[in-house]
Design a protein around this ligand. Structure first.
Ligand SMILES: CC1=C(/C=C/C(C)=C/C=C/C(C)=C/C=C/C=C(C)/C=C/C=O)C(C)(C)CCC1
Ligand SMILES: [Fe+2]
Length: 564
């Protein structure tokens, strides 16, 4: 879609034709007229306002971003915290005024994906993970910052907008069948995967060949986007015949490969697969049978070391019965099976052989931080260490992430505790592994999730992790935390009322220290505002922030696309 660029006395800005089409507007075609109206308002309001940027690297900039009128969200929610409020409009792009200094070496685009719209045709979704995907971008260039956001045009989103109703099965939502016959058809669609969503609202990755793909847990929800325009380019079609409907939402992606796990719901186990850059074909590395249980454990993410793929087998297991249900069950598509125990498996990347399968204490994790090989004094690998954001084996976190619970914060401390869970998986044939807190959880306020590390340390022994932590009372992680796994200390960033999204570490080119770089996050504020935030990776002090024209909802995961 072409953009229209306008230049004025106070600077120039571009506005995409559908940018002013409110998500609530029933008349999509009428959007262009309202665009023109908004545009005239924008021009009038910005004429003569020449705000000075405090960024010494760039010339004074006009404010070129203008919030659209705050419309009623359409879901009966007045938006007291923008983190849990549907995005105001389908898309926007503009340059932001920077306070502080963006390092001149920071050249590239931070992309962040996440749910952004939780209602359709007057119907409100129940869970955070149900929302239609919204991509946000922060493009850093010469100390300046251009931002934008846009809904991903998945089939699920497009059909919902066209028909003004839910048309595909989301995390907790199921379309209502019109009658019994359509219910039977719906069941058939479920078995074929046709009724599952392709709403790619979880993550975004840059493949080794440069393609940028948004992902969710359904394989059909792999969608290629343009990292500059945020255009939806089309489905990422896997050209192999591996089949299956779901995969891990967090593949491990490097310049040379894409590794992921495909859970097998029929013969409980996992296929580990590899896809090379420039291809769409996944090849099997190996298969890992589940040790126990009626189905594989939920595998939202998994870690790797230099030589191994670590396959987690949580007692929170997929449940085919729950997949078929029309109403959400207490644990959605999953079931908690403590009797089936918990395991960690280690598969050799080269041979596909499973070299260790150990029972570990019960655990709940969605996000692994990283893993590495532990060696003895002779350099022999004796164990694998795998770290994760672990929710004290308590599934209640899933319920806390219901949109209603997030919106109805009363000031009570309701966020369940979490820890940096450190697994030690012996490779000497012993049947048991260990799980312990890697540091005192009070260091990060007891809550924690949404983590990243310096990507150069993927699979290697590392010291620092960046995550969201908690300053209590809270109902959701509300700090950014830098965790030092050697000193067993954390340094925390906090801004009252702020909900920060997953911190992403970008290394300074040529750096030799693990924490030499910046940490990028996007903040949703209680008052409806929001800003991009840059922290120094080493001191964890703020170095720059830039206010968005209006706050954006909370987003899940991001990636860095360096400029060429
Ligand atoms: C759509 C279907 C599914 C979808 C699964 C999805 C969208 C899962 C998303 C999971 C995410 C975003 C997990 C994030 C966790 C964040 C936490 C715990 C933060 C905690 C803070 O304290 C299936 C369920 C796969 C079934 C098929 C259909
Ligand atoms: Fe995730």
């Amino acid at each position: 879609m072409a953009s229209i660029t306008f230049s004025g006395a106070t600077g120039n800005f571009s506005f995409l034709p559908t940018a002013a089409v409110s998500e609530n507007s029933n008349n999509i075609k009428g959007g262009f007229n309202s665009l023109k109206k908004n545009l005239n308002n924008t021009i009038k309001k910005h004429n003569g306002r020449n705000l000075v940027s405090t960024n010494v690297a760039s010339p004074p900039l006009p404010v070129i971003a203008h919030p659209p009128p705050k419309e009623e969200s359409g879901d009966g929610y007045d938006g007291s915290h923008v983190a849990w409020t549907s995005v105001r409009q389908e898309r926007w792009e503009g340059e932001l005024l920077v306070q502080g200094e963006i390092p001149l070496w920071l050249k590239g685009t931070y992309l962040r994906n996440g749910p952004g719209l939780w209602h359709v045709g007057g119907y409100n979704f129940r869970h955070l993970f149900d929302g239609y995907a919204m991509l946000a971008k922060l493009h850093f260039h010469d100390g300046r910052l251009t931002a934008g956001h846009r809904q991903i045009e998945s089939e699920a989103y497009t059909a919902a907008m066209k028909n003004q109703k839910l048309c595909f099965r989301e995390f907790s939502e199921v379309p209502k069948p019109a009658n019994f016959l359509s219910y039977i058809g719906e069941l058939a669609n479920l078995f074929s995967g046709a009724s599952l969503t392709d709403n790619a609202n979880t993550g975004v990755v840059k493949l080794g060949d440069g393609r940028v793909v948004c992902l969710t847990e359904t394989q059909k929800g792999s969608i290629v986007i343009d990292p500059t325009t945020l255009d939806t380019l089309g489905k990422f079609e896997y050209s192999d015949t591996l089949g299956g409907l779901i995969h891990s939402a967090h593949p491990i992606v490097t310049d040379t490969e894409f590794l992921t796990l495909l859970p097998d719901l029929i013969n409980p186990g996992y296929l580990a697969v590899r896809m090379k850059p420039g291809t769409n074909e996944r090849k099997v590395i190996g298969r890992d049978d589940c040790s126990r249980g009626p189905a594989p454990g939920w595998v939202h993410s998994f870690p790797v070391t230099e030589h191994y793929i670590i396959v987690p087998e949580m007692p929170l297991r997929y449940c085919a019965g729950n997949l078929l249900k029309a109403e959400p069950t207490p644990l959605y598509k999953f079931e908690w099976h403590p009797d089936s125990k918990a395991f960690m498996h280690v598969m050799c990347k080269a041979s596909g052989n499973v070299v260790a399968s150990v029972e570990v204490p019960l655990y709940i994790t969605f996000h692994f931080i990283s893993a590495y090989e532990d060696t003895d004094e002779d350099g022999r690998v004796t164990a694998v260490i795998a770290d994760c954001c672990e929710h004290n084996a308590d599934t209640t976190i899933l319920d806390k992430l219901k949109i209603q619970n997030l919106r109805s914060y009363t000031g009570k401390d309701v966020l369940p505790d979490a820890q940096v869970g450190r697994f030690k998986i012996p490779l000497d044939g012993s049947p048991y592994g260990k799980l312990e807190a890697a540091l005192d959880p009070n260091e990060h306020g007891g809550g924690m999730d949404m983590c990243s590390i310096n990507p150069a340390y993927l699979g290697k022994k590392y010291r620092y992790a960046y995550a969201c932590g908690a300053q209590r009372p809270c109902n959701f992680p509300n700090t950014l935390t830098k965790i030092d796994l050697v000193e067993k200390k954390a340094k925390n960033w906090y801004d009252e009322g702020a909900v920060p999204s997953e911190p992403l570490f970008v290394a300074r080119p040529g750096s030799t220290e693990e924490d030499d770089g910046v940490v990028i996050s996007m903040i949703s504020e209680k008052n409806g505002d929001g800003y991009a935030l840059l922290l120094d990776g080493s001191t964890f002090e703020e170095i720059a922030r830039a206010k968005f024209p209006y706050g954006l909802p909370y987003g899940l995961h991001g990636c860095w696309v360096p400029s060429k």
